[in-house]
Design a protein around this ligand. Structure first.
Ligand SMILES: [Mn+2]
Length: 336
């Protein structure tokens, strides 16, 4: 898709102080896209603050080596500190729920809001949407903005964007990895992104807590529907016992679909503030975004999620019923 970046170019032309933000529990695409966008704006001489509602997971600290880029909303930064911001750029999300505790602030943001995103689900955020749901990552969109607006792929920007694209394609393994994905990556490497170093930073700096949590999660893997469905749960007690932190569960849902014969995988994670987050992955074309939408969540076709009120057991039952129904409506109906 050819994106018209004129509206963003116009804002850059006429405004000086930008706020960049992303979703709760930010992933590589969210944070890497922020690095890219901040770099682009700074090259244009803009004053940029990158303020997120969640703390940066330690896994991604290499994107902000001196700790000066990502600021935390609610502790380090309060709405009053952002009173001078003229434009809000919201990356990698299109739903109010994804803004968490920043939703209220964004709702009352007086200046223009721009959403740059690739998710299917969409709330009316009162924003200008620059959206391509066919894009493998928001990082690809930011890369197109860098080119369209005549900015340079500095080593820093290239590192952010490669991280973004790598994480949203499962390190170039998922079906959203296309020839153009790898051409973009080639360009980022030429611009100075060190792909081997990024891999080490992302995948070879596990903590003992994360590895132990991984072991426990795998030990507790369950199957359903004769092995077509696999799922696991992570409780608060699991985190405490293993010494893991909530962000350590990132990517662990991928184990569920790594089991031979599995079409739908799920990971249920008990949330600190109550409720359960479920991550859904499909390997048979089942539309996870649609399924997640029925649970009040959203996402992509092959990967989506929702946060559900209530206890673990009841939510596992509820989501399992929905998945059985989606996979095999006739059988489920016959069983009543
Ligand atoms: Mn993304």
């Amino acid at each position: 898709m050819i994106i018209d970046w004129t509206p963003l170019a116009d804002l850059i032309e006429t405004r000086d102080r930008f706020l960049v933000t992303t979703h709760v529990r930010p992933d590589g695409d969210a944070l890497g896209s922020e690095v890219g966008m901040a770099g682009l704006l700074r090259q244009k001489g803009k004053d940029v603050r990158v303020v997120n509602v969640s703390h940066t997971p330690p896994r991604y600290d290499f994107l902000d080596p001196d700790g000066s880029l990502f600021e935390h909303f609610g502790t380090a930064v309060h709405p009053a500190d952002l009173a001078d911001r003229e434009v809000a750029l919201i990356l990698d999300l299109s739903a109010w729920s994804q803004l968490g505790d920043m939703a209220e602030y964004v709702r009352s943001f007086p200046g223009p809001r721009v959403v740059i995103d690739h998710h299917l689900s969409q709330d009316d955020l009162g924003a200008l949407f620059i959206k391509d749901t066919a894009a493998e990552a928001t990082g690809i969109l930011v890369m197109s903005a860098v080119a369209a607006l005549g900015a340079a792929l500095t080593r820093e920007v290239a590192t952010g964007l490669l991280t973004a694209i790598a994480m949203d394609t499962g390190w170039f393994r998922h079906t959203n990895t296309r020839p153009g994905t790898l051409r973009a990556v080639a360009e980022l490497i030429e611009a100075g992104a060190d792909i081997a170093a990024i891999y080490r930073d992302l995948f070879e700096r596990n903590t003992l807590g994360r590895l132990r949590l991984m072991g426990e999660t795998l030990s507790g893997l369950q199957t359903d529907m004769g092995g077509r469905v696999a799922y696991a749960t992570i409780s608060r007690a699991d985190l405490e016992r293993t010494g893991a932190i909530p962000q350590d569960s990132e990517d662990m849902v991928d184990f569920t679909v790594s089991l031979r014969g599995v079409e739908v995988g799920m990971l249920f994670i008990e949330q600190a503030r109550g409720g359960v987050k479920v991550s859904l992955r499909s390997r048979n074309g089942l539309d996870c975004a649609q399924l997640a939408a029925t649970l009040g969540g959203g996402g992509h076709r092959a990967a989506a999620g929702a946060t559900l009120p209530g206890e673990m057991a009841e939510n596992v039952d509820r989501v399992l019923r929905a998945v059985r129904q989606a996979l095999d409506p006739a059988t489920v109906a016959a069983q009543g």
